[in-house]
Design a protein around this ligand. Structure first.
Ligand code: F0G
Length: 461
């Protein structure tokens, strides 16, 4: 059967009711929270596209696996089942479960930074990864290709490293000062954009040339492998498992927020290929920070659910439907004239609010204005990924201007149907018809760091 968008490859056996609110309710809710949708109760949200992290639905097989979980503190059967699956997928030897992705970041970054002046280089650091690099006393540099910033010109791998810039940065900072090169796959900040195997191979070669540790931030490694199969001709007849393994072969360490391609609601992994001394250093830190090394903050139930989820996330029907849903929503928005990151990536549609609302300057947060309007219009919660998120310069305290102003419509896994996505597209299309009336915002109250989550805003007059 020739289908442009694949139907859900599952039957729905359990449902969670969602509530519709009135426009008046939503106006009141927004006023209460100072126009920051992070503070809205999920019960007051109709379709929640804030994040794909821990918001997916588990399968019957995962729920079943939880029933046989072993909750022993040390050396549980659940741990060994998870270890076997992780070894089978990655080929890596040392596993440390952690409570979520940022747990792995905290343990690893602290193990790698021993002195001042150290640097990590990534295609694009995710916010918490950058925060842990900086908390450990190092600096985080990004070197994604320029094509990523041009949302309207398609490029199959907008998540790629700019390889020439990478080598320049290494030489400029001195190879001995580079604590690691971090492959963020897919590249969340740039639009869930994939990184090609050709690019990873080139980056890995440079890392080896200069003796630099290769770290994969692989929260969405399965989606990345699927895009490689779809978009990189040399791998079109490889299995997802083989492509995933090829990705792992090009790294030394795998950090994972399992709340994404692990298909679980909580959990994470820190996996080390063969570096025993690094494993031992991390193990020492994992005990006080996350928990004993055979659970690291995860329950036996969570580890068993993850052991199953990791395999389900590599299945082609699942990955096809997942990426088709993203493409469907992107196609509908583009048909209405709304500019989105093109082609769409793996976990979200990213609206280019800078291009869409040129009348709102970046200092007045155009993407946040859309986020608020979308909640008002239909009770749909998206998230701003732009200058509001970026915050202020830690040294000068001046507001930073982001190179991109995105509204991220993040699709939870196996949770919403195409019909929900129609409601999202219809709401945005209604906003498109009156987009000139959208107003900019100013920050009225903010914490010193990570303001995105708790700052309060007000409309500019
Ligand atoms: N790395 C990437 C690429 C991520 O997208 C995230 C989380 C993390 C690390 C941290 O993992 O949340 O389990 O501690 N991203 C979520 C998001 C929060 O909404 O994009 P975590």
């Amino acid at each position: 059967m020739d289908r442009k968008y694949r139907a859900e490859p599952y039957r729905i056996k359990m449902v969670e009711a969602i509530k519709e609110t009135t426009r008046h309710d939503r106006e009141e809710a927004l006023k209460r929270v100072g126009y920051n949708v992070f503070a809205i109760k999920s019960d007051d949200v109709y379709i929640d596209l804030l994040t794909d992290s821990g918001t997916g639905a588990m399968s019957d097989a995962q729920w079943g696996a939880m029933m046989i979980a072993d909750e022993a503190y040390a050396g549980s059967r659940s741990y060994y089942r998870l270890k076997a699956v992780v070894e089978e997928i990655t080929g890596y030897h040392y596993l440390l479960p952690v409570h979520q992705g940022r747990g792995a970041e905290q343990v690893l970054m602290g193990s790698l930074i021993h002195r001042e002046g150290m640097v990590f280089i990534s295609n694009s650091h995710f916010d918490t990864t950058r925060a842990h690099v900086e908390l450990a006393g190092a600096r985080a540099l990004d070197c994604v290709i320029e094509a990523a910033f041009d949302t309207q010109t398609p490029h199959p791998f907008k998540g790629n490293f700019d390889v020439a810039k990478l080598e320049r940065l290494i030489l400029e900072k001195g190879p001995e000062n580079i604590a690691g090169i971090i492959y963020t796959i897919t590249n969340n900040s740039m639009g869930g954009q994939p990184v090609s195997l050709e690019n990873l191979t080139a980056v890995s070669k440079i890392a080896k040339k200069y003796g630099i540790l290769r770290i994969m931030d692989g929260a969405r490694y399965a989606e990345n492998a699927f895009f490689i199969q779809q978009r990189e001709a040399a791998y079109c007849d490889w299995t997802i498992q083989d492509i995933a393994r090829a990705q792992f072969d090009l790294a030394d360490v795998f950090m994972m927020s399992a709340k994404k391609d692990g298909l679980v609601n909580m959990g994470g992994l820190l996996v080390i290929k063969d570096n025993q001394s690094l494993f031992e250093a991390c193990q020492v830190r994992v005990v006080p920070m996350e928990g004993f090394p055979t659970y690291g903050g995860m329950s036996g139930r969570a580890m068993d659910a993850l052991a199953v989820g990791l395999k389900e996330a590599l299945e082609v029907p699942y990955l096809t439907h997942r990426t088709d849903q993203i493409r469907y929503l992107a196609d509908r928005l583009q048909a209405s004239g709304i500019p989105v990151q093109t082609p769409p990536g793996g976990h979200a549609v990213f609206i280019d609010a800078k291009a869409w609302l040129p009348h709102i300057p970046q200092t007045a947060f155009p993407a946040q204005s859309v986020v608020i309007e979308l909640y008002l219009e239909a009770g749909i919660r998206a998230v701003e990924i732009g200058s509001f998120l970026l915050g202020n310069d830690p040294d000068t305290h001046e507001p930073l201007i982001s190179p991109t102003e995105f509204v991220r419509l993040t699709i939870p896994r196996r949770t919403y149907t195409y019909r929900h996505l129609d409601d999202v597209a219809d709401a945005l299309s209604a906003i498109h018809a009156r987009k000139e009336t959208l107003k900019g915002l100013k920050v009225v109250k903010e914490p010193a760091v990570l303001r995105h989550f708790t700052a309060q805003l007000a409309y500019l007059d």
